[in-house]
Design a protein around this ligand. Structure first.
Ligand code: NAD
Length: 279
C-alpha cells in the first residue's frame, strides 16, 4: 500500500523503541497516527513530541475491550483506518521448566493475544473500506531455536504463522489488504538493550547488572551470541524505514537483518532433512 498524507495509522507499542520510530516516520510522511501503549507516561511524551498529527490512546493490547476502545476512538476521531501496526511486545525467558504458567500466559497474552486482538478488531474495518495494510511484529527468534527464551520465541513463531494464515485468507477475500510480518534482528531499543545487558553490563555500568557467574558459565555460548548480535544493532529509525518500505512494496516477510537469516535457513534444513525424502 502506498503511504500517503491523510491516511490514518494505528501503532501499538508506540511509546518506545521500534513502535515510536514507526509512528515518527509515519507522521513525517503526513499520516495521522494513533499511538497505543500500556506505558502511559512514555506514550504521552512520545505523542506530544510528534505534534498534532499524533493521538495517544493508553491501551493494553492483551485486553480485547481496550483494543475495541482503541478502534472506536480512532474511527470516532478520524472516520477511517488504513494501516494497523501490531508491534507491542514483551520479552520472557529462563529455563523452560522454571517459567511459571502465569509468566507464559502473560507473554502469550501480550505477544500473540495483542496481535490476535488487533487483527480481530481492525480487519473488518479494512475489509469494509476495501483497502489497507496490517503489520505484525514477530522476530528472527520465531524462526530460530530460542534457548532460555521459549515463551518469547514460541510467541514470535505463532505471529509468523498467524500472519501467513491472515495473508492467505485476505488474498482470497480482500486482495487489496496487505499483510507484512516483520522479523527484526537486533534493534537498539530498551528491549534488546535489556537482553544485551544480561550478557555483560555496558561500559561504565555497575557489574551487578550481569547474571551471576555460575549462571553465566552455563549460558556462555548463548551470551556470546547475544554480545555478537549487539554489534549489529540497528537504530530503531532504520528498522522503521525498512518496515514502511515493506508495506509499500507489499512484502509479506521482512527482516531488518537478512545476514542473520542463515540460522533460520539451517533450522529449516535440519527439520526437512530429518523428515527424509519421500519414497
Ligand atoms: N529490539 C529488538 O531487537 C527486537 C528484535 C526482534 C523483535 N522485536 C519486537 O519488536 C517489537 C517492539 O519492541 P522494541 O524492541 O521496540 O521494544 P520496546 O520495549 O522498546 O517497546 C515495546 C513497547 O511495547 C509496549 N508494550 C508492552 N506490553 C504492552 C501491552 N500489553 N500493551 C500495549 N503496549 C505494550 C511497551 O510499553 C513498549 O513501549 C516487539 O514486538 C519486539 O518483540 C524487537
Amino acid at each position: 500500500m502506498k503511504l500517503e498524507a491523510g491516511q490514518v495509522a494505528v501503532v501499538t507499542g508506540a511509546a518506545n523503541g521500534i513502535g515510536a520510530a514507526v509512528a515518527t516516520a509515519l507522521v513525517e510522511r503526513g499520516l495521522r497516527v494513533v499511538l497505543a501503549d500500556i506505558d502511559t507516561d512514555a506514550l504521552t511524551v512520545t505523542a506530544t513530541g510528534l505534534g498534532d498529527h499524533a493521538t495517544a490512546v493508553p491501551t493494553d493490547v492483551a485486553d480485547i475491550d481496550q483494543v475495541r476502545a482503541l478502534a472506536d476512538r480512532t474511527l470516532a476521531e478520524f472516520g477511517r483506518v488504513d494501516l494497523v501496526v501490531n508491534n507491542a511486545g514483551m520479552g520472557g525467558g529462563g529455563p523452560s521448566w522454571d517459567i511459571t504458567p502465569a509468566d507464559w500466559n502473560r507473554v502469550w497474552a501480550v505477544n500473540v493475544g495483542g496481535v490476535v486482538n488487533g487483527i480481530h478488531v481492525f480487519t473488518p474495518h479494512l475489509i469494509a473500506a476495501g483497502h489497507g495494510h496490517i503489520v505484525n511484529t514477530a522476530s528472527l527468534a520465531g524462526l530460530t531455536v530460542g534457548l532460555f527464551g521459549a515463551p518469547y520465541a514460541a510467541s514470535k513463531a505463532a505471529i509468523i504463522s498467524l500472519s501467513e494464515s491472515l495473508h492467505g485468507e485476505l488474498g482470497l477475500v480482500a486482495p487489496n489488504i496487505g499483510v507484512t510480518v516483520v522479523c527484526p534482528g537486533p534493534v537498539d531499543t530498551q528491549m534488546f538493550r535489556g537482553l544485551a545487558e544480561l550478557a555483560g553490563p555496558p561500559e561504565g555500568a555497575a557489574p551487578e547488572s550481569a547474571l551471576p557467574p555460575e549462571v553465566m558459565d552455563k549460558l556462555g555460548p548463548m551470551m556470546e551470541a547475544i554480545t555478537e548480535m549487539s554489534k549489529e544493532m540497528l537504530p530503531a529509525a532504520q528498522a522503521a524505514q525498512i518496515i514502511l518500505d515493506a508495506v509499500e512494496a507489499g512484502k509479506l516477510y521482512e527482516t531488518t537483518h537478512p545476514g542473520m537469516a542463515q540460522a533460520a535457513r539451517e533450522r529449516a534444513n535440519t527439520i526437512l532433512e530429518s523428515f527424509g525424502t519421500p519414497a
